[in-house]
Design a protein around this ligand. Sequence first.
Ligand code: FE2
Ligand code: FE2
Length: 357
Amino acid sequence: MIRSEVSVVALSSLFAALLAGCGSTETGCEGYEPQENTVLLDLPRADYDALRMGEATTGGSTAGETTTDGSTSDGSTTSDPTGGEGLSDAEICAQVCAANYGEAPVSCSVAPKKDDPMNMLVSCVYLSICIGGRGHEGVRSCGAAAGVVLSGAAAWLARATHDEGASVRAFEALAQELAALDAPAELVAALEAAAVDEVRHAAMMGAIGARFAAPVVAVEFSEVDRSRPRSLVEIAVENAAEGCVHETWAALVAAHQGRAAGSPELRVLFGEIAGDEARHAALAWAIDGWLATRLTAAERAQVAEARRAAVERLLAGAPELLSAVDAEGRALLGLPSAAAARGLARGLDAALWSAAA
Ligand SMILES: [Fe+2]
Ligand SMILES: [Fe+2]
């Protein structure tokens, strides 16, 4: 399916084809192997140096102090190099990852950032990533990693409720940004309508989550800085990952849930969400099409690369995320098994992501 052919009807029929024979939550493909996901963070070099040396400030400039990686600090700290309170690289990256994602990583590392002497690059490895619904640069919280132990229906519902709430803010912010860029009025109106959908989804997920005592993960969002609007290509790159990939995937999973959830009530609820999410996914592809007309060839290639990277992350991460819900939770919520999810993701890739021009 090429981009101009992506519509709610086309997506719905593609989902139906992919879900054919997927009536059981245990149906699926063989050969699934769990994979990890790495998220990257910048850590200011000065902060890194301070953590390495400890917070003791007994005087004495450390200008030219050599760090463990053999490079030289900028000398901006007044830490005591003999303090013994400093952290190891392993402790620093664990602390930074946990501060940003709410839980300790599976593993992590910190290293000088290439071509950027002011920052260190921290790699945090988790077994799941934020892939539920649409994100936005302003979203600062993560339902999957905010201290929620990923097992059982309650954990999945906590993440889903957070991600639906984050989608509200994402759509509202994107509507404002596209309006400021003189995007077609129908696109802006559809974004505003999608935000209203997501308010309803968050309330529905929250109500079910409350029945299972699911923890509430607050959505944290930084408002868009109007004085420094994002460029078209920045918005297009984000839309490619968050809309064309993540929301499209969320729509397919919701369609699965609409068929396989454990009660008529839940099947109706997820079926309603699936219809909305298919519309949101089609909207993302329409936005992608409009933005493409305003980008250079190099920028369009950048967008395509971002979409592919998001697909690869999802192929690695989505099955792992779903597998973390136990069998009882999967049956209740109608979630595919990890193997089935991997098969669905591959099918969607072959029919849509890899085919989209
Ligand atoms: Fe939603
Ligand atoms: Fe959505």
